[in-house]
Design a protein around this ligand. Structure first.
Ligand SMILES: NC(=O)c1ccc[n+]([C@@H]2O[C@H](COP(=O)([O-])OP(=O)(O)OC[C@H]3O[C@@H](n4cnc5c(N)ncnc54)[C@H](O)[C@@H]3O)[C@@H](O)[C@H]2O)c1
Ligand SMILES: O=C(O)CC[C@@H](O)C(=O)O
Length: 395
């Protein structure tokens, strides 16, 4: 039977083409899908049918998905780390320029001059008024990068090439991310010192319980009055009331963000884009291809790459059929599963098991198709969250 993939946002065709139509049905409405593929759609727990085996986010942030609920139900949630990082980096480069030069106000001003028909007169007026739109250069200024993952590290590298000094802050920096970081990036020991010393601060961290409202009144008051804050990460990381207070009080010159809110629209000291950080053909293709490939490998082989709640686990197929078993990460559960197989004289050909926090995940290749009654018995074992049979052993 074909796997049904429910898409809850427009997903690039190049990604959808990775799911062959002989074995996948793709639609924006299904009552019992095997998987959900989405971008920023806000997914509610009640929207996740019992039939759902996996959820793939074509993008980085998973704050629109109830990840804890998925973990409890044994559903891996995938994302696509780095697949849209270059698109965001390029928009941040634009954001820095919008913050340093009178581009937006200058362009808006020029469009008010429609009544001029004489080129010479127009030129005279432009030359007389252009001083209102003077800016500063980025070269020699200091950029603070908060979050040095896929996007933050590219932003840091880009800013160095513009001749900026770069200071970074990331208390949870992975070893891989540290290797990617240019050696010129200086480390800030605390967020407050980064905010105090920088001309521009750019945010590239996820929104989590620990980062919601992270940029608060205290941090904003540490900023220099000429400084700019860029937020291409998530709205909720910046406390809006404190931000507006800081702008009103002249503690911050400009806020440049990808997340408009009613209170920010119309302010001269705010530049807003409509969440287009990842809106390039290239990023949409990259994310969709990566999400679809990961989903397919999970549905067809049980393999897990780039999950935000399950361990990474890849086991090559050597024949036979495969059991994908998720259980609570407690002793003796796997033993009970293997005992059930042994009692039925089912031989294990290959096996891999890994855990992440409270989740344990196992791929068990076996030589005989287990009867449905055995699978039900396995599902009923203490601590077992889900059991899926992949393929048919032919005996
Ligand atoms: N505007 C957009 O369209 C757009 C596009 C892509 C990503 N994003 C947002 O950007 C975020 C970052 O994306 P990424 O691909 O770089 O993710 P990433 O996982 O590669 O990097 C995030 C980094 O933030 C760090 N971090 C976590 N908590 C932190 C804290 N308290 N202080 C400082 N750093 C902290 C992590 O250690 C990690 O290195 C995403 O979570 C998403 O919300 C927005
Ligand atoms: O899908 C999008 O357009 C936005 C994606 C972005 O917010 C992300 O977190 O990757």
């Amino acid at each position: 039977m074909a796997n049904r993939i429910l898409t809850l946002n427009q997903i690039s065709v190049r990604g959808l083409d990775r799911l062959p139509r002989e074995s996948y049905e793709i639609a924006s409405e299904f009552s019992h899908p095997e998987a959900i593929l989405l971008r920023s759609h806000k997914l509610q727990p009640a929207d996740i049918a019992d039939s759902v085996l996996a959820i793939a986010r074509a993008g980085a942030g998973v704050n629109n998905i109830p990840v804890e609920e998925c973990t409890r139900r044994g559903i891996p949630v995938f994302n696509t780390p780095g697949a849209n990082a270059n698109a965001v980096k390029e928009l941040v480069a634009a954001g820095l320029l919008l913050g340093s030069r009178g581009i937006v106000a200058g362009s808006e001003y020029v469009h008010t001059l429609g009544e001029f028909t004489d080129k010479g007169e127009l030129n005279k007026t432009l030359e007389a008024n252009k001083k209102r739109f003077k800016g500063n250069e980025l070269h020699g200024k200091t950029l603070g990068v908060v979050g040095l993952g896929a996007i933050g590290s590219l932003v840091a590298e880009m800013a160095l090439t513009l001749g900026m000094e770069v200071v970074g802050y990331d208390p949870a920096l992975s070893v891989d991310a540290a290797w990617r970081l240019p050696s010129e990036v200086r480390k800030a020991e605390a967020l407050s010192s980064l905010f105090a010393r920088c001309d521009y601060v750019t945010l590239h961290l996820p929104v989590l319980d620990s980062t919601r409202g992270l940029v608060n009144a205290e941090l904003l008051s540490a900023m220099q009055p000429h400084a700019c804050l860029l937020n291409f990460a998530r709205e909720e990381i910046v406390d809006e009331a404190s931000l507006i207070q800081a702008l009103d009080a002249g503690q911050l010159r400009k806020y440049i963000a990808d997340f408009p809110t009613p209170a920010l629209i119309g302010r001269d000291d705010v530049i807003l884009t409509p969440h287009i950080g990842a809106s390039t053909d290239e990023a949409e293709d990259n994310c969709a291809v990566m999400a679809a490939d990961q989903l397919r490998d999970f549905l067809e082989n049980g393999n897990i790459r780039n999950s935000v709640n399950f361990p990474t686990l890849l086991l090559e197929r050597v024949g036979g059929c495969r059991l994908a078993v998720t259980n609570q990460n407690v002793p003796r559960t796997l033993n009970s599963v293997l005992t059930l197989l042994a009692e039925q004289n089912i031989n294990v050909i290959d096996m891999l098991n890994k855990s992440r926090d409270e989740v344990a995940y196992n791929l068990i290749d076996i030589d005989t198709t287990p009867p449905e009654a055995l699978l039900s018995q396995m599902r009923g074992l203490d601590g077992v969250t889900s059991v899926r049979l992949i393929g048919d052993c032919g005996k």
